[in-house]
Design a protein around this ligand. Sequence first.
Ligand SMILES: [Zn+2]
Length: 305
Amino acid sequence: MKLDSPIFQDADAARIHLEAQRWPHGPNCPHCGNANPDRITKMEGKAHRPGLYNCMECREQFTVTVGTVFERSKIALNKWLLATFLMASSKKGMSAHQLHRMLGVTYKTAWFMAHRIREAMAEDVKSSGPLGGEGKIVEADETYIGRVDRDYLSPQRKGQPRLKRKMKPKRTVIGLVERGGKARMVHVQHATKAVVRDILVRNADRNSTLYTDQSKLYTVTGEEYASHKTTNHSAGEYVRYEDGASIHSNRLRTCSRSSSAAWSACTSIAAKLTCTATLPSSISATIAAPRLRSPTPNATTSCLP
Ligand SMILES: [Zn+2]
């Protein structure tokens, strides 16, 4: 897919592309599930908007966007596809401001689009089950994002008492990544052994091999796993080779660092938020997303685990 593709320039081309992606065997009624081509008619003529179908089973009308994150939007479909492409293919994420500048839409519109697209990219953690499994490796690490909590000293107030200003403290994010698989990140108030254990056992299969640094947060929980291997960062060891396998938790470092902008945005939304990072392969990733009536505060980021 290239930026000069007609599906990013023309709304009709975008609609035809989406129809081909969503309905490779002809249109399906999203209201009743009817897929019989004889019982679905295409509404032609100037009175109807292009791409409108009528289901003779349930007598409802629909277009290709019904049931997707593009539904009930007056934004041209080609702009939706372009925004989705940009967000899915930008390794370091994309802000709503960047979308606003590149798409020529207002910031408010771009913010709305970004939320819907992130919603579509979010992994359904409940149905996808835990990361790892027998013979698989899960890396775990924690990171701190944001500004340091400290007093602000105004340069104009020399000799005066410090100007106390409440700064936002750093946000703790615990990340898990399966080698060759998906990554998950969870924002927590404080990273304690109990909190880390709770996140680990909920998100990573105990039959997996766990790779972490030598932080005491993982020592006890690590014993619950099939195997637990660590690297000693304080001794300058960031990777070790054992029986042909490279032991490290560096994938997570790259992942969380490259998308720290997205994380800063995500961690400010709620006190506790589960964030998942998936790799959308194409625009079709957004199609199966749940129907949205309004943007929901959600945080997702895409990164290469
Ligand atoms: Zn129907």
